[in-house]
Design a protein around this ligand. Structure first.
Ligand code: F7E
Length: 341
């Protein structure tokens, strides 16, 4: 049988790198869309995987570039992981966020279907679409996004995933993924920001860490587990949308305390709101609140109910919250220590 061909947008990100590894291990030929840039776009991809991927230049703002890349890749499966994925930043660049996260999907579908009407498409949808909906959130919960990011992703889901599937019978589905993290997570997301800064503090390279809202609750899973669910969705007989989550929720404060513990530090929290601080055993203030890291509107509490995926896809998260935090904290500690030498 001919090898299956997969096309991944966003291959240079955390999820793209884990998904590429998974698909290569399953015997796929993997094509990755990358933007032309002066920095090395492949930094997050482990060396052993880099050489097995065919990179094609293009981006979601440019239909002609997508067409050219897709004509080379001729994929059986497309995973649309490229996005302006920073929720806080989306308040500052709402048009650009819509351009990529909404119109980008439209362009990708039009070009892909013109080449192969039977192509299977996975769309990276998100728990941010739930916004102010109270937890637990599942496939039947109402969507109430509170950020330009959440709104753009919701419109893409409703117009292109649900809309095109119903109207044109395309094989396209959304994975509604709750937060998923790893040592490869981008450094501006709160989990990596915490583990990287604590590693530097522990090694005497940084004095303090500044954060925003510590009360926000997130359902954090391991990205390596979540890409398995993406693949399973495209192997189903019919395209169906699924919530992918652990079902457990923790505050940012809990993540911070657990990461400190993994590095042998005990944090004591005092004060409230903007005056809250976290001190170490010696009374040194390691964490302060900076109002600039608060968002104009916040998603206060997310906890996904992924029973449908567990039942129909046979998918289960393998890494617990404590294992995830420890994995990230130790990976950053080792990396910072290595780079220091
Ligand atoms: O924020 C709070 C912040 O930026 C988590 C993206 O992958 O997951 C991610 O979106 C929480 C928020 O992720 C800081 O206010 C406090 O409540 O790590 P985050 P996110 O916004 O949940 C979803 C599923 C996606 O789809 C997105 O693409 O942490 N927080 N202090 C902070 N957040 C950041 N970034 N930095 C802080 O200093």
């Amino acid at each position: 049988m001919a090898k299956k061909r997969a096309f991944i947008t966003g291959i240079t990100g955390q999820d793209g790198s884990y998904l590429a590894e998974l698909l290569l291990a399953k015997g796929y030929t993997v094509y990755g869309l990358i933007r032309r840039s002066s920095n090395d776009p492949l930094v997050r991809l482990p060396q052993r995987v880099r050489k097995d991927i065919t990179y094609l230049y293009g981006n979601l703002r440019d239909s002609a570039s997508l067409r050219r890349a897709l004509e080379v890749a001729r994929p059986d499966e497309i995973y649309n992981l490229a996005a302006q994925s920073d929720v806080g930043v989306s308040f500052k660049i709402p048009e650009e966020t819509f351009e990529i996260n909404y119109h980008g999907l439209g362009r990708l579908i039009h070009e892909a279907v013109a080449i192969n009407p039977k192509v299977r498409i996975y769309q990276a949808s998100t728990s941010e679409m739930y916004g102010s909906t109270k937890p637990p959130q599942n496939e039947r919960s109402p969507f109430n996004p509170v950020s330009p990011y959440g709104e753009a992703k919701l419109r893409a889901h409703e117009d292109y995933v649900v809309g095109y599937r119903d109207r044109y019978g395309l094989f396209i589905c959304s994975g509604i993924l709750f937060n998923h993290e790893s040592p490869r997570r981008g450094e501006h997301f709160v989990t990596r920001k915490i583990t990287q800064s604590l590693a530097k503090i522990k090694l005497g390279l940084q004095k303090q860490l500044e954060l925003g809202n510590l009360d926000a609750k997130r359902d954090w899973g391991f990205a390596g587990d979540y890409v398995e669910a993406m693949w399973r969705m495209l192997q189903q007989k019919k395209p169906v949308d699924y919530v992918i989550s652990t079902g457990e929720t923790h505050t940012v404060r809990e993540f911070l305390a657990a990461a400190a513990k993994a590095l042998g530090m005990t944090l004591t929290f005092t004060g409230k709101g903007l005056r809250e601080t976290a001190m170490d055993e010696k009374g040194r203030v390691l964490v302060k609140i900076n109002k600039n890291f608060y968002r104009p509107r916040e998603v206060h509490s997310l906890r996904g109910d992924s029973r449908k995926a567990r039942k129909e896809l046979g998918w289960d998260p393998q890494v617990s919250f404590d294992e995830l935090v420890t994995m990230m904290a130790l990976a950053d500690f080792e990396r910072v220590r290595r780079e220091q030498k």
